[in-house]
Ligand binder design. Structure first.
Ligand SMILES: [Zn+2]
Ligand SMILES: [Zn+2]
Ligand SMILES: [Zn+2]
Length: 111
């Protein structure tokens, strides 16, 4: 099975060679990654990934159920290393209940 095929990118609607594993074309993917990285939210994620690699931050079990596979959750994205550890489902329900963390987006941004 080939690893990429000619498909229409759902973002830019251009037919391109796209990896089977990716949803959008390489150009749109880079644009999206840059857009996310420019948001406080993205910067906080990058800071967490770096701190984990450097051993400055340690991944902990979910503070609700104790599951080991967790995501870093920010109550305030302006404090990137001030995280709480929640599993996928408790993380999702937390945001469902409380909305995005403080300073998740640049002012005026609604996404
Ligand atoms: Zn595209
Ligand atoms: Zn949990
Ligand atoms: Zn969160």
């Amino acid at each position: 099975m080939p690893r990429f095929s000619i498909r229409q990118c759902p973002r830019c609607h251009v037919h391109r060679e796209m990896w089977n594993t990716s949803q959008v074309c390489a150009g749109c993917r880079i644009r999206e990654e840059r857009a996310i990285a420019s948001l406080p939210k993205g910067k906080a994620w990058i800071a967490v990934a770096k701190a984990l690699r450097a051993g400055k931050l340690v991944r902990l079990p979910c503070e609700v159920c104790g599951t080991k596979r967790t995501d870093a959750h920010h109550d305030d994205y302006a404090a990137p290393l001030d995280v709480r550890w929640l599993c996928r489902s408790h993380h999702r329900s937390h945001h469902h209940q409380f909305g995005p963390g403080k300073n998740a987006f640049i002012e005026g941004e609604t996404a």
